[in-house]
Design a protein around this ligand. Structure first.
Ligand SMILES: [Zn+2]
Length: 257
C-alpha cells in the first residue's frame, strides 16, 4: 500500500515537472522581442521616445504582436534585431492610435541589402526604389531595403521614412483599392474633402513647387504616403506649413478628433 502511494506520488511529481517545463517553453516562445528592444527603440524611434511609460508599453506590445504575425526574410541580407524592430516600428507608428488594427494584407517582409532593381515589377516600384508593396505574385509581400529602412529612422529630422511610406500604402490598400483614400480608417463624411484637398495640393505643387517631396505629386497614392511620412516625421512643421493637411491627417490617424 505504502509502495503504491509512493509510485503515485512520483507520477504526480513527474506530471507537475512536465507541466512546468511546458509552461516555461510556451511563455518563452510568446515574445518575439529581441533582448535589447527597449534600447534600440529608444535610440532610433523618435515616436517611441516621445511616448510616456504606459504608451511605450503599448507600443512594445504592438511591435511584438506584429513580429509574431509577419515573417521577415532577408534576401542577400542578414536580418538583424534592429531591422526587425525598425520594420515593426514603421508598421505600428501610423496605426498606433487605431484600435485593433491588423495588417491582414501582409504576410511577409523581404529585406534587401541596398536599393534594388525594379525589373521584377516596374509598376509597383517606388521612388528611388527603397521599398515597395507587392502586387500580383508578390501580393501580401512588402519589400524594403536595409539601407533605406535604417536611414528613415536615423535621420529623424527630415520628412522621409521609407518604412512608414510603405506601410501607409498597405493601409490605403486595405479597402481594396490603392487610391490615397484609406476608407477603412477615414470616416465617410470626410472622404470628399480629403480627395479634394489631395488634388488641390498636387496642383499647387506642380504649379508653384512646395516643401512637400515632389514625388508626392505623382498621384494621390504617392501623395498620401509622402504626406504621411511628413506628418509622422515633422508634425510641427506640417502643422505650421499646411494646417489643413495636418488636420485631415490627424483625423485619419485618430490623433485629433
Ligand atoms: Zn510609394
Amino acid at each position: 500500500m505504502v509502495f503504491a502511494l509512493q509510485i503515485l506520488f512520483v507520477l504526480a511529481l513527474i506530471v507537475l515537472i512536465i507541466l512546468f517545463v511546458f509552461r516555461i517553453s510556451r511563455t518563452k516562445k510568446t515574445s518575439q522581442l529581441p533582448e535589447n528592444y527597449k534600447g534600440v527603440l529608444t535610440d532610433y524611434v523618435k515616436f517611441y521616445r516621445q511616448l510616456d511609460e504606459e504608451g511605450k508599453e503599448k507600443f512594445e506590445k504592438r511591435v511584438d504582436h506584429f513580429l509574431s504575425a509577419v515573417k521577415i526574410t532577408g534576401v542577400n541580407a542578414v536580418v538583424e534585431d534592429i531591422d526587425r524592430l525598425l520594420i515593426a516600428a514603421g508598421a505600428i507608428i501610423p496605426v498606433y492610435r487605431v484600435p485593433d488594427w491588423q495588417y491582414i494584407n501582409l504576410h511577409e517582409v523581404l529585406l534587401y541589402p541596398g536599393t534594388f532593381n525594379a525589373d521584377f515589377d516596374q509598376s509597383g516600384s517606388d521612388r528611388d526604389i527603397g521599398g515597395m508593396v507587392g502586387t500580383g505574385a508578390l501580393q501580401h509581400v512588402m519589400i524594403i531595403t536595409k539601407w533605406q529602412l535604417r536611414q528613415g529612422f536615423i535621420n529623424s529630422n527630415d520628412a522621409h521614412n521609407t518604412a512608414i511610406h510603405e506601410f501607409v500604402h498597405l493601409i490605403d490598400k486595405m479597402d481594396g483599392t490603392m487610391d490615397g483614400v484609406p476608407e477603412i480608417i477615414l470616416e465617410r463624411k470626410y472622404v470628399q474633402q480629403w480627395k479634394q484637398l489631395m488634388n488641390t495640393t498636387i496642383e499647387q505643387m506642380k504649379n508653384y513647387g512646395s516643401d512637400i517631396d515632389f514625388y508626392g505629386a505623382t498621384n494621390t497614392v504617392e501623395f498620401f504616403a509622402v504626406i504621411s511620412e511628413y506628418f509622422f516625421e515633422q508634425p510641427e512643421l506640417l502643422k505650421a506649413n499646411h494646417p489643413e493637411l495636418y488636420e485631415m491627417l490627424g483625423r485619419i490617424y485618430k490623433i485629433t478628433g
